[in-house]
Design a protein around this ligand. Structure first.
Ligand code: TNX
Length: 512
């Protein structure tokens, strides 16, 4: 690539490294293949990063890595520098169309004494590889190898590919509102574990959280309520776009959800014409579900939805729009079917693929629409029969708002108590009988926010379980094992502490 004027060679320095073992590193999610060669790459002041500059996004991935290295080590590692005076070792982030890379997120990480090479087809793959690299940079430098600090990265090879393309987390910002800062902090940690989708539950009975310019009362009126009577909040379109762009820097797609026809009390409080349950409307700050509905027979309702989907779709570069569709207990079944069928057309008209909670499979949805399984296995089976993909979020296994055990200080328990091992010990592929691997798009862990209102409380429920769901999405069943995971999880504490993540210190884990 470049001929380096090796500072160490000039000085004839030979570095002697202690033995390392790349296979014993605590990487999560567990990579497909790791081969250790037992020496070290010394990350230090004479290390530089180069990237395939002709390809979209690679330089940004290099810059991301450089920033994270600086946060951890205070080293300033230049990206694509032409000043080669002090260069001893390089990290090269390389675009290649190698056939060994199975998906756009696959990567190879080759670490030798003088170079680290990340190979990938896309910047997205390079970004995933960078997360693996971050995880094997030690927290502490070794100051005895040479005259300056060096962070010893174990040498070897990692060949890695995701088992599922969809690896998600959902955050309910309606029952309680979470600020842009909170959401960004969540994204930082999710991305570190290769989660690539963040589904935002933006509307519900208790509040409406995204500005819609053509229907301003949604937020002017219903942005100000939440569970328990707190002040609520909402994202202006600019704030929402800030989240979208922060996520996309982390190669993460935001999936917006507008939940309907049920879970719509807040929308109808702002615009009573939408209401279909015939009752007088009042702002709602409790936690019951299933009492509200849009009127499935009014054209105004569909004109409204068209505006909402159009405005949100225009701000959301990802391919998906989530229409909710859960727990519409006061919508007549035939109205529900009519409604979902019509809303699917609106979503498609605005260029998006529809996702809905598994109940949408009662309608005649298209095979391009996706069912998010949370409750009814029969709906998932229906989805597969008609060629729709399924996102696995079974409430009894994957709900982050369920308590860990009966000592949990936050959370609900209607579906189950979900300790950290139960959260990890299931297979998204075989959980529902008779589904094929190809029927499943991936895994998502929803966090409903009835019982949490601060980022610390959010983290208490999400961590450490979400780290396990990240592995369920990325790593094949054959390559996963609770005892092995448990050790790797215990070793996440330096990172989680450094990030100030308020994880639940489950006694099932021997935290380091
Ligand atoms: C069910 S799961 C709901 C949510 C609640 C959650 C609480 C789903 C699609 N609907 O409205 O927040 O239970 O666990």
């Amino acid at each position: 690539i470049v001929s380096l004027s090796c500072a160490e060679k000039k000085k004839k320095v030979v570095l002697v490294f202690p033995e390392t073992n790349l296979s014993a590193e605590n990487i999560i999610p567990k990579p497909s293949k790791v081969i250790a060669t037992n020496s070290a790459f010394g990350l230090d002041q004479n290390t530089v990063i180069y990237t395939s500059q002709a390809f979209n996004g690679f330089t940004e991935v290099g810059t991301f890595l450089s920033e994270k290295i600086e946060t951890l080590t205070s080293l300033k590692v230049p990206v694509n520098t032409t000043d080669l005076e002090q260069v001893d070792r390089i990290i090269y982030i390389n675009q290649t169309d190698s056939l060994e890379l199975e998906t756009k997120e696959s990567y190879q990480l080759y670490i030798s004494k003088d170079s680290i090479i990340i190979n990938s087809k896309t910047a997205e793959g390079a970004f995933r590889g960078v997360q693996t690299l971050r995880q094997i940079i030690p927290e502490k430098s070794n100051d005895s190898i040479t005259d300056h600090p060096m962070w010893l990265i174990p040498t070897g090879k990692i060949i890695d590919s995701p088992n599922f393309e969809y690896r998600g987390a959902m955050l309910d910002v309606t029952r309680h509102f979470f600020s842009v800062t909170d959401v960004k902090k969540y994204i930082d940690v999710l991305a570190y574990y290769k989660i690539n989708k963040l589904h935002l539950h933006l509307t519900d009975d208790q509040g409406w959280r995204i500005e819609i310019k053509s229907w301003p009362k949604l937020t002017a009126v219903s942005g100000a309520t939440e569970v328990g009577g707190g002040e609520g909040g909402f994202y202006t379109q600019e704030a929402y776009s800030e989240i979208v762009s922060y996520a996309s820097k982390h190669h993460m797609t935001i999936i917006p959800e507008v939940d309907m026809p049920g879970h719509t009390n807040a929308a109808s409080v702002a615009y009573p014409i939408l209401n279909g349950n015939g009752k007088t409307l009042k702002p709602y700050t409790g936690t019951h579900v299933g009492f509200s509905t849009f009127d499935a027979h009014k054209d105004t309702v569909y004109a409204f939805i068209d505006d909402v989907v159009r405005e949100i779709a225009a701000l959301s570069p990802g391919p998906y729009f989530h229409i909710g569709g859960d727990e519409s207990h006061v919508t007549k079944k035939k109205d529900y079917i009519l409604f979902v069928n019509r809303v699917e057309k609106i979503v498609q008209k605005h260029g998006k693929q529809m996702i809905g909670w598994d109940e949408i499979m009662q309608a005649d949805v298209d095979s391009t629409s996706i069912a998010q399984h949370w409750n009814t296995k029969k709906n998932a089976t229906k989805a597969a029969a008609r060629g729709s993909k399924i996102i696995m979020s079974p409430a009894t296994r994957a709900y982050l708002d369920m308590k860990y055990d009966d000592t949990s200080i936050h959370g609900l328990d209607w579906a189950a108590l979900i300790p950290v091992d139960t959260a990890y010990n299931w297979s998204p592929t075989t959980y529902i009988e008779n589904l094929k691997k190809e029927d499943i798009l991936g895994v998502e862990a929803p966090l409903w926010s009835e019982t949490i209102s601060t980022i610390a409380e959010l983290e208490y429920l999400a961590f450490p379980r979400i780290i396990g769901y990240a592995e369920l999405g990325w790593t094949t069943d054959e390559n996963r094992n609770w005892d092995d995971f448990k050790t790797r999880l215990a070793n996440q504490t330096p990172y989680l502490n450094r990030m100030n993540v308020n994880y639940y210190p489950s006694t099932l884990i021997d935290w380091k």
